[in-house]
Write a new protein. Sequence first.
Length: 102
Amino acid sequence: MASLDFAIDRSTVGHIQRNHGDEAVERARRQRAVTAADYQRLPGLLNDYSTEHLSVSPDLTGAGLPAIEIRNRPGDEEWVSVWEEREGRRRHNSLSIRVGRE
């Protein structure tokens, strides 16, 4: 993972907050709302060697591009982030982030 760059653009932050930012909705999903502080934790989680990397169907991107799903388990939470791969680039753009409770 060290050779890859990750980016989150403004529209993705909006998507994450609309779909995973409401505490009441997330509680019903056995998750918690994504907060501003969570974005600050992402670099450490992406560089965590205990991270699980899973291949994801290209259908998840909506544009038919390959994506990777990264799962982390810091403490009693499970973080799931999906990153779109761009052909010929080392950069991965975020598509979604959610935080589950175990």
